[in-house]
Design a protein around this ligand. Structure first.
Ligand code: DAK
Length: 260
């Protein structure tokens, strides 16, 4: 066991989590997956946290994938545990009741791209490269990558990335819908923090409603999704923040949201 491989910093309602194994390009070993799972559980439960930013240490990598050296030595039983831990983490992030922004500061490969895709929004540095190179290791994506890539970027892109294993640059990733924005590497942190601050200042219950409606609603058929949306919409009429938001608009002032 080494020091906690996930750094945590809080600024004005934004929790920044940094995978901190730069000498291994922030590769995800079991300790790191567990630390991330703990960190996201804690962010979910902390009422001071309104938005989360996830990134990697150093200028070179967001996360270069699952730790190949560790995987190489796993038994089948350990491999199953590894897979379940990774899948649980990805699902926890995707289902977090607060927005999570991946700040993709470099390589996002294999499990690293799967991690970024589990986040709600992705901002990439123009130097980033994204891909699913598992076939080169005799594997396929195992942390939900085939399914999330398919849903995010469509069948053609998912097949291209997973079959060839070749990474794409940030501009191509933007064209494929894999990332929301691309910015110069020097501006990445400032631009990401600006977006996170905007999310942290928004009405938390409304953001949660959006996340539930789009993430969960997107997993059902249109009819159930629409029903789910209207239930989420109705629920917000019970919130003080909805009264505050609409009253502030009518009063021509800025709303003050209190997560109630
Ligand atoms: N794992 C472990 N170490 C890694 C690593 C990784 N994924 N990526 C890089 N490193 C280490 C390198 O070994 C090297 O360590 P030292 O030799 O210095 O000790 C150090 O980081 C610096 O890397 P390089 O020297 O290679 O740096 P370069 O700039 O030359 O190349 C690179 C950068 C990103 C192109 C290259 O490092 C690379 O190709 N890395 C591997 C990328 C990759 O294939 N990623 C996908 C991993 S597979 C599953 C669930 C999920 C998965 C699998 C199974 N189950 C359901 C069980 C997921 C699988 C993956 O993610």
């Amino acid at each position: 066991m080494t020091a906690n491989p996930v750094l945590s910093r809080d600024t004005d309602g934004v929790r920044t989590l940094t995978v901190d194994r730069p000498d291994k390009l922030n590769a995800l070993n079991r300790q790191t997956l567990q630390a991330l799972d703990d960190a996201f559980a804690s962010a979910a439960n902390d009422p001071q946290v309104r938005a989360v930013v996830l990134t990697g240490s150093g200028a070179k990598a967001f996360v270069a994938g699952a730790d190949i050296a560790e995987m190489n030595a796993l038994t089948a039983i350990e491999g199953r545990e590894f897979s379940l831990l990774g899948q649980r983490l990805m699902r926890r992030i995707e289902r977090l009741p607060k927005p999570v922004v991946a700040m993709v500061n470099g390589y996002a490969l294999g499990g690293g791209l799967e991690l970024a895709m589990a986040c709600h929004l992705r901002i990439a540095a123009d130097s980033a490269r994204l891909g699913q190179p598992e076939v080169n290791l005799g594997l396929i994506p195992g942390f939900g990558g085939t399914q999330r890539l398919l849903r995010l970027a469509g069948r053609a892109a998912a097949l291209e990335l997973c079959l060839t294993g070749a990474p794409v640059d940030a501009v191509r990733a933007l064209q494929l819908g894999l990332v929301n924005r691309v910015v110069p590497a020097a501006d990445l942190e400032a631009e990401t923090m600006k977006l996170a601050a905007q999310l942290a200042a928004a009405a938390p219950l409304a953001l949660r409603g959006v996340l539930d409606a789009i993430v969960l609603g997107g997993e059902c058929g249109l009819e159930e999704g629409l029903q789910f949306e209207s239930a989420q919409f109705a629920l917000l009429f019970a919130s003080e923040d909805m009264r505050e938001g609409t009253t502030a608009f009518l009063d021509k002032r800025k709303p003050q949201f209190h997560n109630r």
